[in-house]
Design a protein around this ligand. Sequence first.
Ligand code: CO
Length: 230
Amino acid sequence: MLRTFFHSGFKSEKMIRSYKKLFDNNEKWVSDTNKNNPDFFNSLAQGQSPEFLWIGCSDSRVPANELTGTAPGDIFVTRNIANMVVHTDMSMLSVLDYSINVLGVKHVMVVGHYGCGGVKAAMGTKQVGLIDNWLRNIKDVYRLHETELNAIENESDRFNRLVELNIKEQVFNLTKTSIVQNAWANGQSLLVHGLVYDVHTGLLKDLNISIGDISKVESVYKFDLQHSLQ
Ligand code: CO
């Protein structure tokens, strides 16, 4: 059936098979899930109230639910190249606003990963294309931590450290948003975390940089919330 539907686009049997497999897998997943929990889809259809927002890398090796052993409905997710929190990114800001103010998530997690192609590219000088503009945000992170990074002789250690520092700066970027600052000012329980995933071991590590109030935000980034609410 799929073959006739996509008659002109698919050039080989192999392409058709790998695409069709997604639907076969989906049917099996529905059937297995219904066997284990007959109410699963009924219950999910009522709505979502996830406790977590995951801001991760688009890298196919770092899927939020699988590696945390969670189910659909547990984690609200946005992913982009190198798990960035860029203040002109309307998609990320909308996800952040909606998840905090409508869904009421309690934890916002920036999840980076070792071996990140985006971070690697940002360390180099090669022009890649449109993405250079996005990766420039990581170069800014490098410049902020240049002394520490340049002192690391081993390139792969330096790469790993930039992955971690990039996560840390994106956590700080979250705390600079009026969305997060207003949530704290309104007394919402909200923690922002930085995590790193190791593609070699499959292990997720907390970077111990969680922030739960305005006190750690540098004064230049603090909004006068009393004033803005008047
Ligand atoms: Co990546």
